[in-house]
Design a protein around this ligand. Sequence first.
Ligand code: 3PG
Length: 207
Amino acid sequence: MDATNLLKNVEIVPVVVIDDPKSALPLAETLIQAGFSTIEVTLRTPHALVAIENSAKAFPDACIGAGSVRSALQFAQARDAGARFAVSPGASDSLLDAAAKHNLPFVPGAVTASEIIRLQDCGYSLIKFFPAELAGGVNMLKAIGAPLPEARFFPTGGISPDLAPEYLKLPNVACLGGSWIAPVGLVSARDFKSISKLAKNARLLVT
Ligand code: 3PG
């Protein structure tokens, strides 16, 4: 259930939105070739599940997960499509039940101390922190780390390549995510060359 082990060697996760199902495979290939083997495909478009299914089949060594998971039904659909993990901006009883039932690594989201403590009570150590920049960013994560030293975070939301190093320096940030690596405009334009450059530059932040 807790995704700490699955994501233990991962520092940056490209967060992608698939508007055109034909973009899914070339996008996954571009990101994998640039060095990203863990990718979060957000369930924000009707094509996301097919994109996960096709990418997981085409790149079995990659770790393709489902993002923006908001219901138990989506959780089951993501698992059936071959997602290796699920991420949510928040958490609910039904999502936490679905994670336990399907035995799929899950990164639930929390921002406040009460939300974080509740997830820790449920056995989660790795917690999504969204929308990171609007929710206080690096300073908030530093502050919350004092009373909640065991929590580890996966911040996303408003993180740019300039901001990423400050997040990655924090002892309570396990990994971070961002759509800057594969912006939706470039994906729609099928500009995989530009995405490759952005992805390779993002890899330089951690190598
Ligand atoms: C997410 O789903 O985690 C966010 O949409 C990613 O945030 P960003 O688009 O600001 O990088």
